[in-house]
Design a protein around this ligand. Structure first.
Ligand code: NDP
Ligand code: GUE
Length: 296
């Protein structure tokens, strides 16, 4: 079988178009412009690239972008003061603190100081709890993007066997919650999982979120399964820098029914979902009906 390629880049463009339509409506009918604040502490080069890309796309869909770049040695007190200011700013509907934070800052404390209604990353404990109990919440962007692509490809996911490889708070765990919410039978695998190849071979849906370049080979993939590759790994090949996923693309594509590429798969959908979450947060903050099809 040769896998169908799930084009995350094209899908993300459609999501952004929808978002832009809602932004227009909010401006025209209500005089409100959704605003997203992104906070970057330090100068991690990859983080700088993502933050720039987020800011650019925020403006392209007609929203306001507020970028806050802080020195790497910023104190926790100063960062919390900035978040407090953003929490109380009516023009800011979404707040994202780029992770990872420098070691001297307590990420849990920082994230939990964001107003949950503005937590467009969906990382605040309130949103995690709401998602886990099936209540309306802000849903983490990367898993939301994966879910949207899976729903589009399969229609219903009910009864499918899903294996999520990785159990991080930002990808693996929320991904598993969303798949469970769509009635998959979900297994979460991690570094202590016994016989990972056999576990993955049971899956109709494999979500690879491990952070290890090309770790999942094609012979772990059940014929016809769908592979969602969350991994973003920069590696050097033939003297060139290259971006690869957590799945070995060639061998997985040879067995899978469908697969997301890297780049051009989950990554672009993550940013599109961030914009979608900002519009959703803006509508909720203003007591307006929220856009359909932009959240879980
Ligand atoms: N496309 C996008 O938008 C995004 C992409 N990413 C990418 O996704 C990947 C995962 O990110 P993230 O969840 O933050 O990573 P983390 O490092 O936080 O988590 C990785 C998970 O993989 C598990 N793991 C590590 N090695 C193995 C192994 N050999 N076998 C099985 N499981 C293993 C770990 O297990 P254990 O818990 O036991 O240590 C852990 O649960 C990265 O490549 C990252 O760059 C991340 C966010 C967004
Ligand atoms: N608070 C917070 N929220 C995040 O959502 C968050 C974060 N911190 N820290 C880092 C990770 C990573 N992440 C990506 C976003 C877009 C691409 C993306 O657009 N990737 C392109 C390629 C980009 C490139 O060439 O580097 C693609 O896959 O096609 C990738 C990864 C969001 N993250």
């Amino acid at each position: 079988m040769t896998a169908e390629i799930i084009d995350g880049k094209a899908f993300a463009a459609k999501v952004r178009e929808k978002v832009a339509g809602h932004v227009d409506r909010l401006k025209d009918e209500h005089g409100i412009t959704p605003g997203l604040a992104v906070v970057l502490v330090g100068e991690d080069p990859a983080s700088q690239v993502y933050v720039r890309s987020k800011g650019k796309q925020t403006v392209e869909v007609g929203m306001n972008s507020y970028e806050h770049k802080l020195e790497a040695d910023t104190s926790e007190e100063d960062l919390l003061a900035l978040i407090d200011q953003l929490n109380n700013d009516k023009d800011v509907h979404g707040i994202l603190v780029q992770l990872p934070l420098p070691d001297h800052l307590d990420s849990d404390l920082v994230i939990n100081s964001i107003d949950p209604a503005k937590d467009v990353d969906g990382f605040h404990i309130s949103n995690v709890g709401l998602l886990g109990t099936g209540q309306k919440s802000m849903v983490p962007c990367t898993p939301l993007g994966c879910l949207m692509m899976l729903r589009e490809h399969h229609g219903s996911l009910s009864g499918m066997d899903a294996v999520v490889v990785g159990r991080s708070n930002i990808v693996g765990k929320p991904m598993a919650q969303l798949l469970l919410g769509d009635s998959c039978t979900v297994t979460i695998a991690h570094s202590r999982t016994k016989d990972l190849p056999e576990v993955v071979r049971r899956a109709d849906i494999v979500v690879a979120a491990v952070g290890r370049p090309e770790m999942v080979p094609g012979d772990w993939i059940k014929e016809g399964a769908t592979v969602i590759d969350v991994g973003i790994n920069r590696v050097e090949r033939d003297g060139k820098n290259k971006l690869v996923g957590d799945a070995d693309y060639e061998s997985c594509a040879a067995r899978a029914g469908a697969i997301t590429p890297v780049p051009g798969g989950v990554g672009p959908m993550t940013i599109a979902c961030l914009l979608a979450n900002t519009v959703t947060a803006c509508c909720r903050a203003n007591g307006l009906s929220e856009p359909e099809g932009l959240t879980a």
